[in-house]
Write a protein that binds this ligand. Structure first.
Ligand code: FES
Ligand SMILES: [Fe+2]
Length: 460
């Protein structure tokens, strides 16, 4: 069937017939960053993808070996490893890595498995001057050098030089800590493609975690990830957003193997629903989503997007300790601009509080996964960062609304709409007679890009 797909150039180039995101940028009153002016307009094919990619245990097991053990993965914020001896354990499927900061201030990562009889050395987080196994008391210093064992006379065959803890590659980018288990992996910066060029202005390093929710969802990790790299589903899944989110003309970009992006404009109605909403309707619905009782009036000749930008500026400037009035585009103050770094790290761009997602398998279960939602808020340079928020954990049956106090009720409701949907996607995929999914050429190009990269790793 796939061989028969022959699209005309016009079909491949088809876009929403309204204005584009780039045309919306033409209405900005301050210079637009080069990163937002890029539009890759990529076509990667129209073939169906086999459903076993999301449902087969054998496929999942190949991902463990070829993806989770070969790629750079975000583990935590650098603030969680601020002091010498701070440690953080990262579990991914059946691998476990312990990250720590040495006395000389370097970050290190080790396979979290004792060289005696294999017990994990650490669990969770904490601070410890050494890595000492609780089972029989063998210990290593933070540099990974073997320090000795009780009754060492019984181990003449255990020599210090052969019992260093095996290391894992570790690096940081803008306040985030990453690891890679592949000793031959490329450097993180090269792996990240255009991200280090695009992001300095949005300062992920100059932020603290103002909320962190970690939820188990009854769907494969890719099923969940993919619902956050296309906005197309919002038309049916999140109808309360149509008055102020331009879903249909979202921009989708891909770069190299590892990076892609969606930009969904905010403060303007969805083009195909625009006839239903006035500028004031857009404004009112945005304030409702934000949980605000206020209803700022949109004066004649003004747009809701402009009014929201004016309202946002003082808060954003105060949080960052910087004046944004003459230099923040409306886009950077409100649009949903989500990047993805393969396989699972999704940082948002912008000047205000930004979201970052991460999606991981839940142990070795092909049918469930863990989703992290971080909110990152700026703090002024040269000041002590506020304390990071504690992780709010939600089990498989606990809705996001239980975390409404940290996410806000409006956002929690949006996530619950996805959270209700995704287990049904997983269930329906397993029940599929067709045995394949069909993707949009443009709006779902990031999903196709993701799977093409996945195949490169699986076939390597
Ligand atoms: S297993 Fe770690 S000291 Fe024995
Ligand atoms: Fe959604």
């Amino acid at each position: 069937m796939n061989d028969k797909i022959r699209l005309t150039p016009e079909q491949i180039a088809a876009r929403d017939p309204s204005y584009s995101f780039q045309e919306l940028l033409d209405r900005e009153c301050v210079p637009v960053p080069d990163a937002l002016r890029e539009s890759t307009e990529t076509y990667l094919g129209s073939e169906d993808l086999a459903i076993e990619r999301w449902t087969s245990q054998a496929f999942f097991d190949r991902e463990v070996d070829k993806v989770w053990r070969k790629t750079w993965q975000m583990v935590c914020r650098e603030s969680q490893l601020r002091n010498a001896g701070d440690y953080f354990v990262y579990d991914i499927v059946n691998d476990s890595i312990v990250l720590t900061r040495t006395q000389s201030g370097e970050l290190r990562a080790y396979h979290n498995s004792c060289l005696h009889r294999g017990r994990v050395l650490k669990r969770g987080t904490g601070n410890s001057p050494e890595l000492r196994c609780p089972f029989h008391g063998w210990s290593w210093n933070l540099e990974g050098d073997f320090q000795g064992a009780p009754c060492q006379w019984d181990f003449p065959h255990v020599q210090e030089e052969n019992f260093k803890l095996p290391q894992v590659k570790i690096d940081t980018w803008d306040g985030w800590v990453f690891i890679n288990m592949d000793e031959n992996a490329p450097a993180l910066k090269a792996y990240m493609g255009i991200i280090p060029e695009h992001f300095p202005q949005w300062k992920h390093g100059q932020r603290y975690v103002s909320a962190h929710v970690e939820k188990v969802i009854a769907a494969n990790w890719k099923t969940v990830l993919e619902a956050f790299i296309e906005s197309y589903h919002a038309i049916a899944t999140h109808p309360q957003l149509l008055a102020f989110q331009a879903i249909d003309n979202s921009q989708y970009d891909v770069w190299g193997d590892h990076v892609s992006r969606t930009i969904t404009p905010y403060g303007v109605p969805n083009p195909s629903d625009a006839h239903r909403f006035s500028e004031q309707d857009s404004m009112d619905d945005m304030m409702k989503l934000a949980g605000s009782e206020e209803r700022p009036q949109v004066a004649p000749g003004k747009t809701a997007r402009e009014v929201l930008a004016e309202i946002s500026l003082p808060t954003v400037s105060e949080q960052a300790g910087e004046e944004f009035t003459e230099r923040a585009t409306m886009s950077e103050l409100m649009d949903s601009t989500l990047y993805l770094l393969f396989p699972n790290f999704a940082p948002w761009a912008g000047h205000g509080t930004v979201i970052t997602y991460r999606h991981r398998p839940n142990g070795d279960d092909v049918n469930s996964s863990i989703m992290d939602i971080y909110l990152l808020t700026r703090y002024p340079e040269g000041t002590e960062p506020p304390k990071d928020a504690a992780t709010f954990r939600l089990g498989i049956d606990e809705p996001f609304k239980d975390a409404a106090e940290v996410l806000g009720a409006g956002l929690a409701n949006v996530f619950d709409q996805d959270g209700a949907n995704l287990p049904q996607v997983q269930k329906g995929m397993r029940a599929s007679k067709k045995g394949a999914v069909t993707l949009a050429n443009y709006q779902e190009v990031r999903i196709r890009h993701f799977h093409q990269t996945l195949d490169k790793y699986l076939n390597a």
